[in-house]
Design a protein around this ligand. Structure first.
Ligand code: NZQ
Ligand code: ZN
Length: 386
């Protein structure tokens, strides 16, 4: 097992009607900015619960943060934070609203002239404006980690940022919120969380027995609850297990002491920036080709995953590993998630070259757990995913 340090300061409130807990978590005298997305919280009762909990407090609102949080929109919110001297942010939404809030938390205290530099120059945030979250969509794990991904349409960029100053102070996880989530977004959530585990697991054995079992148990739980959640989002037991699995998939725990990959996400973000494809779907497009292309590097873990997660016990190590990739792709299909780029856009020619070029220009020339995934290999993986 590799050496590691681990600190996760986010206070989680999990369970039915836990939204009311926000009242006790935000300082009485705070000037709060309540941030949300396209307005679904006003249709499903979540907005009502939040405003009831914040009754009598000094609250201003900023709505309209789009899926794949857009830099230009966030700059408007940043102006409001500065003009109104906001000192506490409350994100009410999915990964996009939470990530947008993390960017604002960093940008509000950033002293440079151009806030995009936080992303472009990968400036880690050691201290941000304090914020909490009310999670409305289990998927990204953003509610209990310190990372964010921001999109800039103008330049077709989608870049990550983070740092120890960007953990939410608290996050409210009420599994009842999934009742109003459309099937497409539920499927996205399952796929994204599953992919997060794969990025931190599908590398090479390092003797981290407990982390492997944590990772496998999250994947097993997601596989088990996926059909239940899609069939009936009011099934509270399934919803709870789904929500907690998504949080645990990316709160730092399973990545400690083990090598991680993250190339699927790096490539997937490009597909969202270029074509607007939902984040989770880009991962389902890239992952199978990535594992087939890097088969020799990953076959031991693929075979372990085959046996422990998919109960594939017959065949050689290579055969099990191959079957595991097929099973993963079948799982995405079972969620109605297409796994070929050509199923999302007819305009895919040249995508592989463009992504390889972007990576070269950014100096992303050594991705993956072995730091050997060069842009020419990325190009081949993307082409295999057409
Ligand atoms: O805009 P609103 O009205 O909130 O509607 C949203 C949006 O249309 C809707 N929704 C959310 N909760 C709902 C609901 N609809 C009905 N009922 C509810 N309870 O769902 C749509 C998608 O929301 P979004 O927040 O975009 O989805 P998700 O949580 O999947 O977040 C995706 C973003 O997170 C980033 C992705 O790149 C993408 O930008 N990621 C963030 C990560 C992180 N911070 O750790 C890691 C991930 O790998 C990922 O990159
Ligand atoms: Zn993801």
């Amino acid at each position: 097992m590799n050496t590691f340090d681990f600190k996760n300061p986010t206070h989680i409130f999990f369970g039915k009607d836990s939204i009311q807990e926000i009242a006790g978590q935000i300082p009485e005298d705070a000037k709060i900015l309540l941030l949300y997305g396209g307005g679904n919280i006003k249709k499903n009762g979540i907005y009502q619960q939040v405003t009831t909990a914040l009754k009598g407090r000094d609250v201003i609102e900023f709505g309209g943060i789009p899926a794949n949080p857009e830099y230009a929109v966030l700059l408007q919110a940043l102006g409001l934070i500065k003009a109104q001297k906001i000192d506490y942010l409350l994100a009410v939404g999915g990964g996009s609203v939470i990530d947008g809030t993390k960017f604002l938390s960093a940008a509000a205290l950033y002293e440079g002239a151009e806030p995009w530099d936080i992303l472009k120059k990968n400036i880690r945030t050691l201290k941000g404006l304090p914020f909490g979250t009310v999670l409305t969509l289990p998927a990204t794990g953003s509610e209990m980690n310190s990372g964010a991904v921001i999109t800039r349409k103008e330049t077709q960029e989608k870049l990550a940022m983070g740092g120890p100053g960007l953990f939410p102070q608290f996050s409210i996880l009420d599994p009842q919120v999934i009742q109003s989530i459309p099937e497409r977004q539920l499927a996205n959530g399952i796929t994204d969380a599953f992919s997060h585990v794969l990025e931190q697991y599908m590398t090479y054995p390092i003797g981290a027995a407990l982390q492997d079992r944590f990772a496998e148990s999250i994947m097993q739980t997601l596989i088990e609850v996926a059909p239940k959640v899609l069939k009936d989002p009011t099934d509270y037991v399934a919803a709870s297990n789904f929500m907690w699995s998504c949080t645990m998939a990316l709160n730092g725990l399973i990545q400690k002491g083990v090598p991680t990959d993250w190339a699927v996400h790096a490539i997937g973000h490009e597909l969202t920036a270029m074509y607007g494809i939902d984040h989770a779907r880009t991962l389902a497009i890239i992952a199978p080709s990535h594992y087939r292309f890097n088969f020799d590097d990953k076959k031991e873990k693929l075979a372990q995953y085959a046996t422990r997660v998919w109960n594939i016990t017959e065949g050689s190590l290579e055969e099990k590993a191959q079957k595991a990739i097929d099973k993963t792709e079948d799982f995405f299909h079972s969620l109605n998630i297409a796994t070929r780029l050509s199923e999302y856009t007819s305009n895919y020619e040249g995508t592989a070259e463009k992504i390889a070029q972007n990576f070269t220009e950014r100096g992303w020339v050594a991705l993956g757990e072995h730091k050997t995934l060069t842009p020419d290999k990325v190009e081949k993986i993307v082409r295999m995913s057409y």
